[in-house]
Design a protein around this ligand. Structure first.
Ligand SMILES: C[S@@+](CC[C@H](N)C(=O)[O-])C[C@H]1O[C@@H](n2cnc3c(N)ncnc32)[C@H](O)[C@@H]1O
Length: 239
C-alpha cells in the first residue's frame, strides 16, 4: 500500500507484536498498566469494548478481570494475533470512525489508540454511541506536549544536555514515527481539541492523571518524569 494512504500499521504488525511481548512495552508495563487496571478492576463492569485493541493484550487483562470484552481494530495481522492468544475472545475488524455498535457497553476503552485515529470527531462520536447511559469511557493517550515534540523532540543542547523541544503545538497534524522496525503515523492534536470534543458530547470528566513510572529502570524512569508521555482520562456518559 502506498505510504500516502497507509498508516503503517499493516507493515509494522510483526515488529509491534515482538515489541509488546507478553507484558507490553516499557511504558505500558511500568507506567500505564497499573493505573489503567485500577480503573477497570473491582468496579462491576460487565461488558467492555476496547477500540484499537491491537494484539489484544488489554482485552485479555479485562477478560481476566471478569469483564466480557470485545476488541476492535483495523489491522488484520494484529487481530489474528489477538485471536491466536485468546481463541474464545470476541475480536472485530473495524475502524473507530465507522464502527456500528449500539449503546450496549458499560465500559469503552481506548488504550493509546486515539493518537492513531485520523478522524477524531467521528471516532469519539461512535465511542460515545457505543456506551450505555451512565457508562464509562476510559482513555490512555500520549500527552499533546509529547506529540508536539515528535518525531525528534529529544536533542542535545550546546552543552550536550538532552532537551525536549515542542513546536507548532496548536497545529493538528499527522507525524511518521519509527522505532525498532515499527513505522507508523500518529496524530498530534492540542489537548483542547480532545477535551472540547468530549465535552461537546455531554460527557463528565471523572478522572485526569499523569501517571508516574513505578518499578523498572531508574534512568528510563527519569526520562518519563522529565517529559511525561502519557495521561489517563475517565469520562462518564450522563445516565
Ligand atoms: C499504539 S497501538 C495500541 C494498541 C493497543 N491498544 C495497545 O495498547 O497495545 C494503536 C492501535 O490503533 C489501531 N488503529 C489505527 N487506526 C485506527 C482507527 N481508525 N480506529 C481504531 N483503531 C485504529 C492500530 O491498528 C493499532 O492496533
Amino acid at each position: 500500500m502506498n505510504e500516502d494512504v497507509s498508516d503503517g500499521w499493516a507493515a509494522s504488525a510483526v515488529a509491534w507484536i515482538v515489541e509488546q511481548g507478553e507484558d507490553g512495552d516499557y511504558g505500558r508495563r511500568f507506567v500505564l498498566d497499573a493505573p489503567m487496571r485500577a480503573r477497570i478492576e473491582g468496579r462491576g463492569f460487565r461488558n467492555a469494548l476496547d477500540v484499537g485493541c491491537g494484539e489484544g493484550r488489554f482485552c485479555r487483562i479485562m477478560q481476566r478481570a471478569g469483564i466480557r470484552t470485545t476488541g476492535l481494530d483495523p489491522t488484520e495481522a494484529l487481530l489474528a494475533r489477538a485471536r491466536e492468544l485468546d481463541p474464545t475472545g470476541n475480536y472485530r475488524l473495524g475502524r473507530a470512525e465507522t464502527m456500528e455498535l449500539s449503546a450496549e457497553f458499560d465500559l469503552v476503552v481506548s488504550y493509546l489508540s486515539l493518537i492513531d485515529v485520523p478522524d477524531l470527531g467521528a471516532a469519539i462520536a461512535r465511542m460515545v454511541a457505543a456506551l450505555r447511559p451512565g457508562g464509562t469511557l476510559l482513555i490512555a493517550n500520549l500527552t499533546s506536549f509529547s506529540t508536539a515534540g515528535q518525531p525528534d523532540g529529544w536533542t542535545r543542547d550546546g552543552e550536550g544536555i538532552p532537551r525536549f523541544s515542542i513546536d507548532h503545538y496548536m497545529e493538528e497534524r499527522a507525524i511518521w514515527v519509527s522505532w525498532r522496525g515499527i513505522r507508523i503515523q500518529n496524530w498530534h492534536r492540542p489537548l483542547g481539541t480532545y477535551m472540547t470534543l468530549l465535552l461537546d458530547h455531554g460527557l463528565q470528566l471523572r478522572l485526569f492523571v499523569e501517571p508516574e513510572p513505578a518499578g523498572g529502570d531508574p534512568e528510563r524512569n527519569a526520562v518519563h518524569r522529565r517529559v511525561p508521555y502519557f495521561h489517563i482520562m475517565e469520562w462518564q456518559k450522563p445516565a
